[in-house]
Design a protein around this ligand. Structure first.
Ligand SMILES: Nc1nc2c([nH]c(=O)n2[C@@H]2O[C@H](COP(=O)(O)OP(=O)(O)OP(=O)(O)O)[C@@H](O)[C@H]2O)c(=O)[nH]1
Length: 140
């Protein structure tokens, strides 16, 4: 869905547990940009859908996990060659604290401290810096 700026709004879930977050490599899909980079679960808002609802829906569809969406950490507007996106990043956690992502979904629990060493889409730079600094605080 296009926002007021003409950007495509995207809801993203930072599903965290014990200092780790769920990420996967972007699968190679026909017409889908940036294959091979790591990503958080998320996707475009459907017409009339809030970024929060999109984040919850995409987390469910992509990881198989029912999640509780928490606070909106950050909104980033970024222009890619494939278009302008407005990324809404939400803290999230599995509704069932012991639940694991669906086998075959490709999602893994990555230590937050490792995220700076992995290649993500460039719009993720600010949220990665924020997550890395909060992991430093926890470690210190
Ligand atoms: N899921 C996800 N999307 C991200 C991240 N970072 C980031 O810039 N994006 C961008 O958010 C946009 C929406 O993601 P999407 O997964 O629905 O897009 P897509 O084009 O792969 O999906 P589609 O095949 O349904 O069109 C894409 O432009 C994607 O590059 C991230 O960490 N996770």
């Amino acid at each position: 869905m296009a926002g007021a700026t003409g950007a495509t709004r995207v809801g993203i879930g930072l599903i965290a547990r014990g200092g780790r977050v769920l990420i996967r490599r972007r699968p190679p899909r026909p017409g889908s940009p940036m294959p091979g980079l790591w990503e958080f679960p998320g996707g475009k808002c459907e017409p009339g859908e809030s970024p929060e609802a999109a984040a919850a829906r995409e987390c469910r569809e992509e990881t198989g996990l029912l999640v509780e969406i928490g606070r909106r950490r950050r909104v980033v507007t970024h222009r890619y060659p494939h278009g302008l996106v407005e990324l809404h990043y939400f803290d999230a956690r599995p509704a069932d604290p012991g639940a694991e992502p669906e086998a075959g979904s490709g999602f893994i629990w990555a230590p937050v401290a490792d995220l700076p060493n992995l290649s993500f889409p460039e719009a993720n730079a600010p949220i990665l810096a924020e997550l890395a600094s909060s992991s430093d605080e926890e470690a210190g």
